[in-house]
Design a protein around this ligand. Structure first.
Ligand SMILES: Nc1ncnc2c1ncn2[C@@H]1O[C@H](COP(=O)(O)OP(=O)(O)OP(=O)(O)O)[C@@H](O)[C@H]1O
Length: 230
């Protein structure tokens, strides 16, 4: 099957405090298929979030390519990458990036506001049903007053709102108790089974156990990339 998203020999560095460079990703190759839940695992600082951000077109690699279908994201300017992300990719950030003063529903509807002057009723209903599915009230007051686990679930609902072909999640179960963690892990797998490409950075063994593909990074390199199920 053709990959939806592919990293080809991707390398990138960041400046370190001493004026040198840290190799965050070093010639990383990774392929992600529609219909599959892939997890990216590895020790802290191994480059997992950087790879996810590169796949989302947020980090532009210094070398190599990020290819989405026939499009090489690395050749697009920032405005085009932003446009690509809005239509192709939902992202749950490690720090959620919610707007504190808005409630759960308003945060979930944010991507719709980039696309529509007036949010269509169907999207409003979808937002409400995603929040219900994740065990959250739509009208809960400002999200700043919610627990981290609740905020994390709002971030996932927002990422899924526009039903993107690619869903990227950075530690989407990290702040959750066992029951809610399992609920989100099951939701990510269910999204993959609808034909989407789901990629999750995780330290969560339960989520990792559900994955079709497990990519392990160490010091910016892929050490293993295994298909875990037939
Ligand atoms: N914006 C940045 N500026 C400087 N260094 C960075 C930046 N982002 C990441 N790094 C460095 O790049 C390396 C990889 O970081 P990354 O966040 O991708 O790791 P990670 O595997 O996701 O870690 P964790 O599991 O702790 O979230 C680390 O050495 C980190 O300090």
């Amino acid at each position: 099957m053709k990959p939806t998203l592919e990293a080809v020999a991707v390398s990138t560095t960041f400046a370190d405090a001493g004026g040198g460079r840290i190799a965050a990703l070093d010639k990383v190759d990774a392929r992600f298929l529609p219909g599959q839940l892939s997890v990216i695992v590895g020790p802290s600082g191994s480059g997992k979030s950087t790879l996810l951000h590169a796949l989302a077109g947020i980090v532009v690699p210094e070398e190599g390519r990020i290819v989405s279908d026939a499009v090489d994201l690395s050749t697009l300017d920032e405005a085009r990458r932003d446009a690509w992300r809005l239509t192709h990719c939902g992202m749950v950030f490690q720090d959620f990036r919610l707007i504190d003063e808005l409630d759960a529903l308003a945060n979930t509807l944010l991507p719709a506001q980039f696309k529509h002057v007036r949010v269509p009723t169907a999207l409003r209903q979808r937002a409400q049903s995603l929040l219900t599915e994740f065990g959250l009230p739509a009208r809960s007051g400002p999200v700043a007053r919610l627990s981290r686990g609740e905020q994390q679930r709002v971030a996932l609902a927002r990422a899924m709102l526009l039903d993107p072909p690619v869903l990227l999640a950075d530690e989407a179960t990290a702040s959750l108790d066992a029951e809610n963690g399992q609920r989100i892990a099951d939701a990510l797998l269910a999204v993959a089974r609808t034909g989407k490409t789901v990629i999750a950075v995780t330290h969560d063994d339960k989520l990792s156990a559900l994955a079709d593909q497990r990519i392990m990074l160490k010091a910016g390199r892929v050490v293993t990339a295994e298909q875990t199920q037939a």
